[in-house]
Design a protein. Structure first.
Length: 54
């Protein structure tokens, strides 16, 4: 959070394992995947803590 600058767009992502519905043959093994959960804009930090608004 300290490296974020006010007004920067950030992505909140989630990593998970997927086995079915892949566009290639995974031979039944789990494959790591990542999805974007939401987008946000960093706001001006307050004295106590930085703030992120969706």
């Amino acid at each position: 959070m300290r490296a974020m600058q006010p007004g920067e767009r950030i992505a909140i992502k989630a990593a998970y394992v997927r086995k079915n519905g892949l566009p290639f043959d995974n031979r039944g093994h789990g494959v790591a995947a990542m999805a974007s959960r939401s987008w946000a804009v960093a706001q001006v930090p307050s004295v106590q803590r930085p703030d992120v608004r969706c």
